[in-house]
Design a binder for this molecule. Sequence first.
Ligand SMILES: *[C@@H]1O[C@H](CO)[C@@H](O)[C@H](O)[C@H]1NC(C)=O
Ligand SMILES: *[C@@H]1O[C@H](CO)[C@@H](O)[C@H](O)[C@H]1NC(C)=O
Ligand SMILES: *[C@@H]1O[C@H](CO)[C@@H](O)[C@H](O)[C@H]1NC(C)=O
Length: 374
Amino acid sequence: MKVHFQPHCCHRCSIFFGMGVLLCVVFITVNNNFPTAERKLQKRQPANNSEWNWLIPAFTAASPQTTKVVEMCSPENGMQDIPSHIPASHQTFLRYKHCRSFPRLLSPTPCENDLFLLMAIKSTAIQVDRRIALRSTWGKRGYIQGKRVKLLFLVGKSSDRIQEYPLQQLLEWESRQFGDILQWDFHDSFFNLTLKEIHFLNWFSLECKWAQYVFKGDDDVFVHTSNLLEYVKGRDPSDHLFAGDIIPKAAPIRLKKWKYFVPVEMYPGKRYPPYAGGGGYLMSRQTVLSLGVAASSIDLFPIDDVFVGMCMQNINITLTHHSGFKTFGFKKVVSQFDPCIYREMMLVHKLNPTEMWTMWSLLRDPKLKCSINT
Ligand SMILES: *[C@@H]1O[C@H](CO)[C@@H](O)[C@H](O)[C@H]1NC(C)=O
Ligand SMILES: *[C@@H]1O[C@H](CO)[C@@H](O)[C@H](O)[C@H]1NC(C)=O
Ligand SMILES: *[C@@H]1O[C@H](CO)[C@@H](O)[C@H](O)[C@H]1NC(C)=O
């Protein structure tokens, strides 16, 4: 079986994709400066805050409500200035980053009126076993503690095949069967994850903005759903909340062989703004809507977690670190697979589907006894 994410990234992508830049940041901000995100959505003009404007002088960002669907988005002209030492994958990213709006291919069942927690999980067509595990374990839809929970998978378009069969048919079946696939017509590659982010934010602000909280994560994390619900108990979704595994001062990786390499021309700064490890983080409705407004005016950046950090900085929302978001997994000293530890966590990265099922069953074992020391 061949897995093509993109020509220059190949198999390492899937490994690194999962490992991610997992930073957990939890931001809690109560900011009354924002009237409502929707109003800003209409009022806000594109900002000239791009660090790469030298590359695309004529670049202007589009707001989500005015963006026309780009059927065939062609590479940006006038990009001859891209220095040749920039890797081909980065060049592709730069040539296409003005393409910010793609048609939707598959839609989920509508968000219910009483939706409390939306769990939006980045997935790719080939990861069907992960989706199946999530649907039956921590992502099971329905009510938890009396709160309605909905699972959603965010996918792009993949050229992967099983034998000679394109995986699009599988996604279409899943969509009919489970109603939890949200898919757009762009190539599902690592560098297009930011595209996934802005499309999701746009969809949310149009079709699901009454959901009270949003968990956004990868498809290889184990989430303790009821701990998330516990955490937001007594909070107001119209206050800002951004909680995760926060990386406060990450430096851009300047070594070409790394997946997260970013040449100085693309980001001249010494540090990224604080951002949350992409394994998973939790936001209030207010924060998601504000993030959507900010994202529509900020240039795409190839690392989606960092892009979200840039947006959060743009709207001055504080990220709150919570140690229960283990987006980098555990340090070696603790047993990695102890249900007593998982019981206390919000999220643990990274589990395969079998481990997911196993942990789920361990946690539900009525005989589970945890000593005070664990
Ligand atoms: C945007 O910023 C760049 C660099 O800071 C500047 O050279 C350029 O004139 C600005 N463009 C607009 C339209 O304000
Ligand atoms: C992102 O998706 C678009 C549309 O499918 C594609 O043209 C572009 O090459 C992709 N970009 C990257 C960096 O993979
Ligand atoms: C964020 O804070 C900066 C500096 O305090 C300020 O200039 C800017 O207007 C603020 N932005 C928003 C969206 O509130």
